[in-house]
Ligand binder design. Structure first.
Ligand SMILES: NC(=O)c1ccc[n+]([C@@H]2O[C@H](COP(=O)([O-])OP(=O)(O)OC[C@H]3O[C@@H](n4cnc5c(N)ncnc54)[C@H](OP(=O)(O)O)[C@@H]3O)[C@@H](O)[C@H]2O)c1
Length: 255
């Protein structure tokens, strides 16, 4: 899917769909008509509000979204923290805990994606409060879809962890109790939001090349060696945005 922006009109171009609709597609492509039409409709109607856009995952999601023809409105603390520029990308400079900035970011969007998280030295406790504000503004603007990334070590999900990974989780909870509690509270807020939510719970994230495959689901188990590339993670996020496979689920995901 390609986009062409001109005079405030965005043209979405899907070469495969054009071949199908003009009767020039080879047999194997014809079978994908319903799938491609469905995806094209989702893309044309979708604008993403991205919170945590300047982080490594945020930037990977922007790349993937733009590549798929989606529009993104990204809230950042400093414009200099995000180098990507595109006609499909609106950058809003402001604060996560400021209602006006969050409202400006969400206005005109269909989906909110939260990928912010604390950075070393882990003194700022803000994830639950920021998520509560985003949920509240979403409700006011009648935006239903919320994807929120936390982590595989957050919350009481023992069945999704091997015992060594559970030991590491317990150590994390002891070392950073305020952060662990804030992230667990953030998850609870998403679950209680009444929105069409998905929680995304990855293990260690890497910036390596995309593998193109991943395992995602409520039953996926993470271990000490589990990891996920941010490129694959962002492909999952965009696929989830378009197809809603995991509504009302806490999804564990790994390569
Ligand atoms: N890294 C991992 O291996 C890993 C593993 C599992 C889960 N996760 C989770 O996955 C998500 C993305 O991780 P990542 O490593 O890609 O993120 P990252 O690069 O550390 O980016 C963090 C983002 O959160 C924002 N942020 C940090 N402190 C903030 C504050 N006090 N107020 C407002 N915004 C703040 C940052 O904004 P600035 O650029 O303005 O600082 C940035 O956009 C996070 O929720 C993280 O906890 C990470």
């Amino acid at each position: 899917m390609y986009t062409l922006d001109t005079d405030n009109i965005t043209l979405y171009i899907c070469p495969e769909l054009i071949l199908i609709l003009t009767g020039r597609a080879p047999g194997n492509l014809k079978n994908r008509k319903a799938d491609l039409l469905n995806t094209a409709t989702s893309i044309a109607g979708n604008t993403l509000a991205l919170f945590g856009a300047s982080g490594a995952t945020g930037r990977a999601i922007i790349d993937q979204a733009l590549h798929n023809g989606l529009k993104v409105r990204a809230l950042v603390r400093a414009a200099s923290s995000l180098a990507i520029r595109s006609p499909q990308l609106d950058i809003i400079t402001g604060a996560l805990l400021n209602r006006e900035d969050v409202t400006a970011t969400l206005t005109g969007c269909t989906t909110a994606i939260c990928v912010f998280g604390p950075r070393p030295p882990y003194r700022d406790i803000f994830c639950a409060e920021a998520t509560a504000l985003i949920v509240e503004v979403m409700r006011g603007l009648s935006i239903r879809r919320l994807l929120c990334q936390t982590g595989g070590m957050i919350g009481d999900y023992r069945a999704n962890r091997t015992w060594p990974f559970q030991l590491m989780t317990t150590a994390f909870n002891k070392r950073l109790p305020a952060i662990a509690a804030d992230r667990a509270k953030q998850e609870q807020m998403v679950r209680d939001s009444g929105l069409d939510w998905t929680l995304i719970k990855p293990p260690r994230l890497t910036d390596g090349a995309a593998r193109g495959t991943w395992r995602a689901g409520t039953g996926v188990r993470l271990g000490m060696l589990s990891s996920l590339t941010r490129t694959d993670l962002s492909a999952f996020v965009i696929d989830e945005t378009l197809h809603n496979h995991h509504l009302h689920q806490a999804v564990f995901i790994k390569n």
